[in-house]
Design a protein around this ligand. Sequence first.
Ligand SMILES: [Zn+2]
Length: 1034
Amino acid sequence: MLNLVRNGSRCLQLRNQQQICPRISSLNHLVQQKISNLNGDGARYQSSLPVPAALELPEQYSKSWSVVEQSKISEFDIDAILLEHNVTKAKYLHLACADSNNAFSINFRTTPMNSTGVAHILEHTTLCGSNKYPVRDPFMKMLNRSLSTFMNAMTGPDYTLYPFSTCNPQDFKNLMSVYMDSVFCPLLREQDFLQEGWRLENEDIADSQSKLVIKGVVFNEMKGAYSNSQSLFGQHLLNNLVPDHTYGFSSGGFPMHIPSLSYEELKAFHAKHYHPSNSRIYTYGDIPLKTNLETIDDYLNRFSHLEIDTSVPTQTRWSSPKVEKVTCAPDPMNPDPAKQSTVAVSYLLQDITDLQESFVLQVIGDLLLDGPSAPFYRTLIEPGIGSGFSPVSGYDNHIKESTLTIGLQNISEDDIDRVVGIIDSTLEEVVENGFPKNRIDAILHSYELGLKHRSGNFGLNIIMNMTAYWNHSQDPVEYLRINKTLDWFKQSLADDPQFLQKKVKQYFVDNKHKLVQSMKPEESFTDQEEQEFLKLEEQMRSKLTEEDKTTIRNKALELLKSQDMKDDASCLPTIKLSDIPDSYTGPVVNRLSLAGVPVQTSLQPTNQVAYFRALLDTSEVPSDLKTYLPLFSSFLSKLGAKHLSYQDLDTQIELNTGGLSASCHLAESLTDMNSFSDTMLLSSYCLDGKIDEMFNLWTMIFEDLHLNDAHRISTLVKMSATNAGNGIAHSGHRNRFWFLTVTYSLLPLYAMSTAAAAVNPVSAMADKYSGMDFVNLLSSLAKQDGNMILQKFQALAKILLNKNSMKVALNMTEECNDSFLKSTENFLNNLPGNSGSIQTIQAADFKKTDAKIHHVVPFPINFTAQSIATVPYTHPDCAALRVLASVLSSKYLHTEIREKGGAYGGGATAGSGTFTFYSYRDPKNLETFSVYRESLDWAVDGNITNQDVEEGQLRVFQKLDEPVQPGYRGIREFLSGVDDHTFNQQRLRVKAVTKDDLVRVTTEHLIDAPVSGRALIGPAQTGLEDLGWTTKRN
Ligand SMILES: [Zn+2]
């Protein structure tokens, strides 16, 4: 069964963030998303290979492999074959289908029995060089030599996963070779351990007399990760609920424990866990099985069988519930200092390999917590006891046995027992009364729609979702047979109307393996933690002999030397720029007018799903109201309309669509940096048969949005303030399949947004809508009653909810074309207003300023950014600046900021009229700004080679030519105005960039820029004001 992920926008889901430590952060992806409107339409990526014939094990491999299972998965038009390697017993699953975005992964069951982060540090060091590719950090180097659509590695609680995907067959072969060689034949040099894990080193490496302190990439990464109280809460919850074996520890590593890991232990862990006998290999896409087997077979044949047992025993069940109390740092962003406690009740449930029970529990988790008509929304959120569900609330099947957590955050310490009492009584009430039928139907509908709607990277999503299951199960193919489980579920419900109530009684009310965990802030928490680190360092220093100190010093200097050395990456395979075609053909888009509104349509193989998008001009909104636009948009479908209460509207939305969403959308002019359009984007999708129902819901919202319930507004504002204050965002939309709900840290983006706002008018507007100022606004609004906001919303509704200056985009299958157009016309005819076009806003009075802004936050780690105004999209230098950002990132900033500086990452990005440097989870602060400046000097000093330029170009093309799912094709021009001709002009310019261009644009646009915006998000610093910084506290 698939990992059924609830809509991320509703419940906090931090589990991915806290338990999975990726090799590289998703930040680059996020940054790119900001300019993704400017990327391709992916129409070229439909498979050009013939649909594969029935799968068979090729003859020449029949001696070394056995077929375990072979079958068709009709749900996804996939042919699956599961193989076992005869000697090592390695498992290999291949899913053949007509998708050219081929995916690969290899995973090992890794079950550390301490919190030194050994699995996580191994994941990092494995990718630091291998026998066949003995270069420093081939993983990072391959990022520049490939057209991958995804490359990463991540450590879960009990597995380590190495996945990638790409549309280019040669690239697939190249990457597979590097990944296989890295995991099976890594060099695992001591130096890699010191760099990626931990080391003692002089605080200032240039000064041999400065004191020795702990440094290291994973050490800093985890310090940053656990400085977030939410992550800490989730980690403790897992450790406390399933304490007996590997889940009793942190696989990412607790910073205090990391320095007790030795290099020898790391190597021993590799020898035991990274063996084919403990591996699961996966490929997906249109590349033939035979081609993939060539590489896989070659590696596995070098090994014999290893008898190892990495299985995780079932947790012994408790005979009575347990109570645990933990502490955290106070949160200065919290609007109510008296309400800073969190409490959650967590239940240990069933083995996740039981697909039917997993499905029932997933549905129950959704019914209990998801959406405003859920019982716990009514009993926990609406009374206003806290501001939102606690971290990890909801059903979780990331580990061997699933769990369900129900909790509330930002409550008063005195309310802890009351909340626990409400949780008990609500569950008893559910056992008594059951769930309303239309809610069960709504959830089943959303599963069915989720099977059809494809977003993102399909083959990759399968393995990301399936890994936790396959890690403990013999049969991954069964997981994909969703219809079988759905049918069983419906039948069970039909046979016994009390089916779900009985399950709630069994798994929750009668469950003795129940943990009540509360967390409260302690004023001295951060100080105490810092003291402990200092004490640890002191202890380590005191044990050192003079000889040890010399060894440490020498190793540090050697590491620095090797980091400074330019190593020869020519042994690594690469894609050539000449492999990228010059021509670009976008999807066919038709343009027409319906009810006076401009409409574009694109006929696509959307799997019987119809996609609707509309842009509404917001340029007429007065500036005092504009501040409220982001809230107005995000609450638009959550307030109720016409005869439907907000609960009923929510159920109807889920019964008929994949969700109705609205957001602020800014698009900079392609030719002039001082002008842009400011709009609200509406979007929704549904099955072809439900188009009228979908429009009916939008019509009710346009005609009669409920703007009279101040309590409702207050509740929503408080929940938003909590999410924003936690500094996190969720990807994805209401979709129970495929979209692994990833939680991002927003802090790096806040830093970049603050910096760019100083030098660019569109960025300044974007900062108002989604930057730190917006977070601050939310936290002040959370303290007020909802009436003032209601008045603002009423004024906004009057201006916006009509078809004045609207435009529409529709994606659908050919069969659906006529009915979708007819329904759209009806919908538009019924809307009030006259048609007009979307206006361009001129920001003539915008003045760039030399800003230095420090946002003080309670984390012991920094996020920095510096932004310089550059050129608009159609300017000839735009392409060179994009390539430059890519070259600086991989050739200079990565080494200086991550490898030497110990930050989780750093780089540069160019787009939207700005060139922006960034670093995240950075132990340094002002020094990093010097690195930014030095990178520009490095660029003009003739250090960039032709190879560097080509790699930079490839990296830009990874995004430019990224594949796009059918429901999203043709949307680039709709949102950004970049037509196919302009887009291809940009592609060709990127392809034509030379070394001299990079030097020239650095000189002309960056090195002597008169002003720049600088932002620092991090702990309080003395002396910054004297250096011209403006400190902002929340
Ligand atoms: Zn990591």
